[in-house]
Design a protein around this ligand. Structure first.
Ligand code: ZN
Length: 146
């Protein structure tokens, strides 16, 4: 739930930025005379409006990209940034047996994410392996010995 809540919060923040940029543009940029006379859209006919609109569009695209990339490297349970990247596999035996992967782990032990470093058949989605409760697992190890 935290994972999707964080993504929604990022989208809302980006929408707020877009709304603020639109408000600032209309507040501080002079409206061209031809817009006032003929009702033309100033974007595409006025250089200042076109430049500011293009800059805002690129900034919003960049923020969306950063939000998606940041979200990909977060724990699916607690939305904490995944840490401790470990390279596994081998490039020498990459075709069949030990494909090279990068493993990230949640610092609170919720799960592990495996990202394939070799993507022959196109872009692969990362594998998320959710761990069980580590305390129950430790208790079961202790109780099985008795
Ligand atoms: Zn976690």
């Amino acid at each position: 739930m935290k994972y999707w809540g964080l993504l929604i919060a990022k989208i809302v923040a980006i929408a707020g930025f877009a709304w603020g940029a639109n408000w600032m543009t209309h507040r501080f940029l002079r409206i061209p005379q031809q817009t006032l006379d003929y009702g033309h859209n100033p974007v595409g006919t006025d250089l200042g409006w076109t430049f500011v609109t293009a800059f805002c569009f690129l900034a919003i695209c960049g923020l969306c990209w950063a939000a998606i990339v940041d979200q990909r490297y977060r724990c699916r349970t607690c939305a904490t940034r995944l840490r401790m990247p470990v390279a596994t596999g081998s490039w020498g035996r990459a075709t069949l047996f030990a494909r090279p992967k990068m493993e990230y782990i949640c610092p609170y032990g919720h799960g592990t994410m495996n990202i394939s470093q070799l993507q022959i058949t196109g872009r692969e989605t990362p594998e998320w392996d959710e761990h069980g409760d580590i305390w129950k697992e430790l208790e079961s190890i202790g109780s099985s010995r008795d």
